[in-house]
Design a protein around this ligand. Structure first.
Ligand code: 5GP
Ligand code: MN
Length: 336
């Protein structure tokens, strides 16, 4: 692993740079990527953001979103960009499997790979690393990279600040998860003073539901929520048919799992969704309960202790049953 400060020399002259992030990018993935984009572009670099897949419409207003290319839409163009890039920034993921087929392209690419991330257990494909699990968001690490590694806080303009604020806001659950340290609040205050319009950003991300999305949420809470009191667990399962019935698109299910966790006493919440290719799980937990352990051990996934994800073969019903069958193993932890 190379010393991060030597990146300053590499970035001293215009370079061809690709920034990429995990598949189905969320607010932190896009906020950190476009935040870094808006910083590097000011320095005269030729930068493109390559997203492995599409991402929610409520993130399309981010400054310079038009510079993002989606791999599944334009594979050849994206592969060319990645293979020709002198530097490849990998944001908000640390294993190449998280970017699907694009992972092999990044692996083959000759460019210098810089990983900026806050997930457990980096795989080790990177040449440079700005990584800690103690950051509430990758956007926090991008802020630290610009301000302290590069020493260019002055380049955090309104566009950069807006993107980084969005990343921190979304990954910290609007500044309420335990990862929201005093330092995070100081950073956020600085981002607001540099032009991030906090009230507007909150509105753009959270008060931007389609009518269908809100009705879908109502349907799920009324009909698809199962509370397993004996395990302090609540789960919501969603079929393809239901997704079609409400014309649900990327991002519309984001946040749904958190509702299951709002029930008094619930320690573990699961959202189990039937996707076209496989069943996807999202787990959320409170306190020390290791949601990521369940995802890693049983669902080919991972994540943070309190927010993790994975997937499984089989029908929706089979995966729901499988999830329930795991709970007795964790009963003592769930009942603490
Ligand atoms: P979500 O439930 O919102 O999809 O993901 C929650 C957290 O779990 C995120 O931090 C994400 O990075 C991680 N995660 C989600 N799905 C996977 C997966 O399939 N593999 C791994 N390693 N992590 C995942
Ligand atoms: Mn993140």
């Amino acid at each position: 692993m190379q010393d991060l400060t030597s990146l300053k020399d590499l970035l001293a002259y215009p370079k061809h740079i690709v920034i990429t992030t995990h598949h189905k990018p969320d607010g932190d993935a896009m906020g950190s990527s476009l935040g870094l984009y808006n910083y590097l572009a000011q320095k005269g670099h030729h930068v493109r953001v390559v997203a492995p897949t599409d991402y929610p419409i409520f993130l399309h207003w981010l400054p310079n979103n038009s510079e993002v290319i989606i791999y599944t839409d334009k594979k050849e163009e994206c592969e060319k960009l990645v293979l020709e890039a002198e530097l490849i920034f990998c944001l908000d993921f640390n294993a190449l499997s998280r970017i699907n087929e694009l992972g092999n392209v990044v692996r083959q690419a000759g460019g210098v790979k810089v990983m900026i991330d806050h997930h457990l257990e980096p795989e080790g494909f990177d040449d440079y690393r700005h990584w800690t699990i103690n950051a509430c968001a990758t956007a926090q690490l991008v802020y630290d990279f610009i301000a302290n590694v590069m020493g260019e806080k002055g380049l955090i303009n309104k566009d950069v600040a807006t993107c980084l604020y969005t990343g921190i806001m979304t990954d910290s659950g609007s500044f309420r998860f335990p990862s929201t340290t005093p330092e995070v609040h100081h950073i956020v205050a600085d981002l607001i003073s540099r032009g991030a319009e906090n009230a507007k950003i909150h509105q753009m991300v959270y008060d931007n539901f389609s009518e269908n999305r809100l009705r879908f949420l109502g349907h799920c809470l009324l009909n698809n929520l199962e509370v397993l009191t004996e395990y302090n667990t609540a789960l919501i399962s969603v079929s393809q048919d239901l997704l079609r019935q409400y014309s649900i698109s990327t991002g519309d299910t984001e946040g749904l799992v958190n509702y299951a966790l709002t029930i008094n006493g619930i320690k573990l919440a699961a959202l189990i969704i039937e996707r076209p290719d496989r069943v996807k799980l999202s787990l959320r937990s409170t306190g020390d309960f290791p949601a990521n352990e369940i995802c890693k051990k049983y669902f080919d996934g991972g994540g943070h202790r309190n927010a993790a994800g994975g997937h499984s073969e089989g029908s929706l019903e089979q995966v729901v049953d499988r999830f329930k069958s795991i709970l007795p193993e964790y009963k003592s932890l769930l009942l603490i």
